[in-house]
Design a protein around this ligand. Sequence first.
Ligand code: CP
Ligand code: NVA
Length: 307
Amino acid sequence: MTRHFLRDDDLSQAEQLEILDLAVDLKKHRYSVTPLAGPQTVAVIFDKSSTRTRVSFAVGIADLGGSPLIISTANSQLGGKETPSDTARVLERMVSAIVWRTYAQSGLEEMALGTTVPVINALSDEFHPCQLLADLLTIREHRGTLAGLTVTFLGDGASNMSQSYLLAGAVAGMHVRIASPLEYAPDAAVVSDARALAEASGGSVSLYTDPAESVAGADVVVTDTWVSMGKEDEKADRIATFGAFRVDSDLMALAKDDALFLHCLPADRGYEVTADVIDGGQSVIWDEAENRLHAQKALMVWLLERA
Ligand code: CP
Ligand code: NVA
C-alpha cells in the first residue's frame, strides 16, 4: 500500500529515526542516490506562499535525479474548480509523488485517499511535518540525541508548527512543552494523540500559559510567527494577545545555558523573537533552513524505495 506523509505521526519512532539517519548520509553525499532518475517528475503544489519549501523541494527533487513541477493553485484547476481526489487521479498517471501546501488538512487526506503515489504535506493549517523532520535533524546534529530532551514551543499553540512539535516530538521521545494564551491552546484531539505517543516513547506533553515556567530548564526553545498564513485578518488581536510570549534574551536565560533556539522562518523580527536572540549564538536557524533539503530528500527516498 502506498505510504503518505500527511502528519508527523504517520511515521513510527523507528521510521522517523531511519529517515533522519538517511538525511545525515545524504547531507554528506549529496548526489549519491537517484531514485527519481529518468527523470521522473514530482508535482509540488502551492495554495500559499513559500520560499524555503519551494526551493528545498525543487532542489531536492533535482538532486535525486528527478524533475520538479511547481504548480500555483491560482493557475491550476485545484482550489474550488476541481476536487483534490480528481486532481490526484490525473497527476498519479504522470508523476511519481505529489507535494502539496494547502489550508485544510482534510484536503490532503482526500488527495491521498486511494492515490497510487505518495502524497506529502508541505504545510497545512494543522501541521507542518516536513519542517519538523528538519528541526529534529538540526537538534540531533547539535545535541546528538532527541529522546529525553525538553523542547518548549511558545506562541500560537493551535498553529501548524505547535501541533507538529506535539506529534513529532512525542514520537521522538522528547518532553514537549507548549506555551500559549489559553484561547490559542492546541487542538484537544492532537494533544490526546501526542500524549498517547509520548507514553509509548518515554516522552511527555505539557501545556503552559506562563512563558517563564514553560522554558525553565529547556534544552530547546522554539517559536514561530503569531500570524500564520490565512490568519492575516486577526493580526491586530494576535499582536495584542501574544506579547508575553516573545522570545527575548531574558526568557532565553531561563532555559539551559546551552539551549538551542529554532524558528522555521519567515520571522517577524521584534514580534515573536527579538533580533539579539534570532541572530545570537544559541540560534541554529540557518542549519534548520538548510536541513529542509536533506530531510525532505531522505523522506522522498524512504517513501519511494523503502516504505
Ligand atoms: N519554513 C517554511 O516552510 O518556509 P516557507 O514558507 O518559506 O516555505
Ligand atoms: N505557522 C506559519 C509557518 C510558515 C512556514 C504559517 O503557517 O504561516
